[in-house]
Design a binder for this molecule. Structure first.
Ligand SMILES: [Zn+2]
Length: 483
């Protein structure tokens, strides 16, 4: 390397470190400063509170050996109503440890069953080592010294994920690695206590709170990276690796994808950078997916309220068991979706459904284990509205398809029933409400729902209150029909 270019590289690295260091300093400072300002209202909120929680992660991904090494420093405040003597985290990769319990279908394992798991090698709370134990897809940290109410605390963890050789939302195949729900993430504690998600083979068994993220990841230089949030710097390393620095403010589920020989295409809408991260097999289909993503972001922004990020990424990847999966600022679409045989209208509906999840799941969160109809029903109803208003001449979903929407994933029992209740039933709920109250009223309800619960979590009860407020009447018989 020439001396002049060495100076340049050194300058860039120093600048990146300054930006990175400043970012970490700011986020930690924000958390610490926020502490004395806890109001009576925020003390009773759902833990972990979005405005008091920061995840800092240093990651190293080896896409060849399918290993990911992680160091997490999580800062938060005990905003629960009492002292904490334990902390629960979701460690979802452990869902894929045993073949019999894995949510990935057998066909996803292209070279025979290959386990996936997350192993913690060290955990500390406030600098003191703590005992940890795994329970299903959760991990419990046992605290010898309690964290008192309103106290700021830190959790440090060293961990490793074995990424399964599987076509799945957490998995990898042929140089493409999808990392959804890959890191230890704080479970929710509210008035009902800790929520401990179970490993359910279908649906999205997740319930998480929004937080700020500052992430550094080392990956081989030949790989491209797609991420929630924004890449703030890329540092080249002499060893054939690169270090990528990412910031993601107020996201619910942080996700990543890495790929060899991918094509990136991009467009802009309402100041949002929309990026396609595709194989590039069919440029016409790719362009259609990208344009439709941008059009859906624009439509939902206009009718419900603006999208909270400055970037949105659509990733094509090897996925079986799902055609699409939503994360914060990013969606994964399976390879199947990009085939001409998938069908134009089906592709349009799927893209519009996954994009709608940025409003109904990412911005307005819900307990996806116990009330999956909330985000799935709204994502499907929103997708059909988008198709009707922006694209195609499609009819309404026929209303009146009564289902008990108040079922948990556990109670639904299987994937078919899950689709009937959460997707079809959930969409039919909104279609019937629209038929009775008119579209304008529904949009007023949803604008209210977003404004009140943006970056928080809502329940069916919260939604019912808003619906009845906007309709200015109790709707007992309507709700009795659906629940
Ligand atoms: Zn969905």
């Amino acid at each position: 390397m020439k001396k002049k270019s060495l100076i340049w590289v050194t300058g860039i690295v120093v600048a990146a470190l300054v930006i990175w260091g400043w970012g970490l300093f700011r986020t930690v400072k924000d958390v610490v400063e926020a502490h004395p300002e806890l109001t009576a209202e925020s003390r009773d909120q759902v833990f972990p509170a979005p405005e008091h929680t920061v995840y800092q992660m240093n990651l190293k991904l080896d896409p060849v050996s399918h290993e990911l090494w992680g160091y997490s420093l999580v800062s938060s405040t005990n905003t629960t109503n009492g002292d904490l003597d334990e902390i629960w985290l979701t460690t979802y990769p452990n869902a894929m440890r045993e073949q019999a319990a894995s949510p990935a279908p057998a066909t996803a394992y292209y070279s025979g069953f290959d386990p996936g798991y997350l192993e913690i090698s060290q955990a500390k709370v406030n600098n003191r080592p703590v005992v940890y134990s795994y329970q299903g897809i959760s991990t419990r940290l046992q605290l010898d010294t309690p964290i008192y109410k309103n106290d700021v605390f830190t959790i440090e963890m060293e961990w490793k994920v074995k990424i399964p050789r599987a076509s799945y939302r957490l998995g990898g195949k042929d140089g493409v690695i999808l990392l959804g729900n890959f890191y230890p993430q704080l479970n929710v504690k509210d008035a009902r206590g800790w929520h401990i998600p179970e490993n359910i083979k279908f649906g999205d068994p997740f319930f998480s709170q929004v937080a700020d993220y500052a992430v550094a990841i080392q990956i081989p230089e030949a790989y491209q990276l797609a991420t929630s949030g924004e890449i703030v710097a890329i540092e080249a390393e002499d060893t054939g690796w690169q270090r990528i620095l990412i910031r993601a403010g107020q996201v619910r589920d942080f996700a990543l994808a890495a790929a060899l020989h991918y094509q990136t295409v991009e467009t802009y809408v309402n100041g949002i950078e929309v990026e396609g991260f595709f194989r590039g097999n069919d440029p016409e289909i790719d362009a259609g997916v990208l344009e439709r993503t941008a059009a859906a972001l624009k439509y939902y922004g206009a009718v419900y309220g603006s999208y909270s990020g400055s970037k949105f990424v659509v990733v094509q990847g090897p996925m079986q068991g799902f055609q699409g999966m939503e994360y914060s600022g990013m969606i994964f679409l399976s390879d199947e979706v990009f085939k001409p045989s998938f069908g134009e209208e089906r592709r349009a509906f799927l893209v519009a459904h996954e994009v709608a999840h940025q409003w109904w799941y990412h911005m307005v969160g819900n307990d996806q284990l116990n009330e999956p109809w909330l985000d799935e029903g709204l994502a499907s109803w929103s997708a059909r509205q988008y198709l009707k208003r922006v694209e195609l001449d499609v009819g309404n979903k026929s209303p009146g398809n009564s289902a008990n929407l108040g079922k948990s994933l556990q109670e639904m029992g299987n994937k078919g029933h899950y689709y009937d209740v959460a997707y079809s039933g959930g969409e039919a709920f909104w279609a019937q409400l629209e038929e009775e109250q008119g579209e304008e009223k529904i949009l007023a309800i949803l604008r209210h729902y977003l404004a009140e619960f943006k970056h928080k979590t809502a329940s069916t009860e919260d939604l019912r209150r808003i619906i009845e407020e906007e309709c200015r009447s109790p709707l007992d018989s309507f709700f009795d029909f659906w629940f």
